[in-house]
Design a protein around this ligand. Structure first.
Ligand code: HEC
Ligand code: HEC
Ligand code: HEC
Length: 106
């Protein structure tokens, strides 16, 4: 019985924590590995519904770093490339500096 309640409570707590963290944590995510300069993903400029990104092939898991983002996947239309294909949003080729900021160090 004790286990049961611990289980229920942790489900509630995790749900609550996710709801509370979602907005502030998601306001802006910085990816620092790009050799071409860091990439800042802003929640503010990406106000689509959650399932536009949090689905298979894009970013199924709500955790930064859950996906290893590569340009190959982006160019194939996965990850950021699900929208950044030159139609729904600016594409990756020729637009490196719109995502990577080599000059500014933010
Ligand atoms: C829509 C945004 C976006 C555009 C446009 C973009 N990138 Fe990226 N790129 C990313 C993200 C996000 C990462 C992952 C960075 C990380 O994990 O730290 C990345 C990673 C990389 C990496 C390291 C991983 C790999 O795949 O080799 C390189 C190199 C790179 N980008 C080069 C480029 C070049 C060159 C261009 C232009 C032709 C470009 N990027 C355009 C978002 C973008
Ligand atoms: C335009 C795309 C996009 C939309 C729309 C989106 N997200 Fe995300 N979200 C991302 C990306 C990208 C990540 C990082 C995933 C990764 O690095 O593998 C992320 C990560 C997260 C994280 C983890 C943040 C952290 O600091 O690790 C949470 C929580 C999250 N999203 C919640 C939401 C919620 C709730 C919604 C809807 C209100 C939403 N997201 C809509 C792209 C999006
Ligand atoms: C669900 C669709 C969608 C996904 C997925 C998506 N974007 Fe965007 N993004 C957009 C749209 C729409 C715009 C605004 C239109 C435009 O600029 O072409 C935009 C604009 C941007 C901008 C310019 C505005 C700003 O915030 O500075 C950057 C940079 C950007 N996205 C980076 C990314 C990165 C990095 C990823 C992956 C981690 C990503 N986006 C994933 C739809 C998306």
């Amino acid at each position: 019985m004790e286990k049961f309640w611990t289980g229920i409570l942790s489900v509630i707590f995790v749900g609550w924590a996710a709801a509370v963290l979602a907005v502030p944590a998601h306001r802006s995510l910085t990816y620092a590995d790009g050799e071409t300069g860091l990439v800042i993903f802003k929640g503010k400029t990406h106000q689509q519904k959650c399932s536009a990104c949090h689905r298979n092939g894009v970013f199924p898991i709500m955790r930064q770093g859950a996906e290893v983002i590569t340009m190959q996947k982006i160019e194939q239309g996965d990850q950021c490339g699900a929208c950044h294909d030159g139609r729904k949003a600016f594409g990756s080729s020729g637009n490196c500096n719109r995502c990577h900021r080599p000059a500014e160090n933010h």
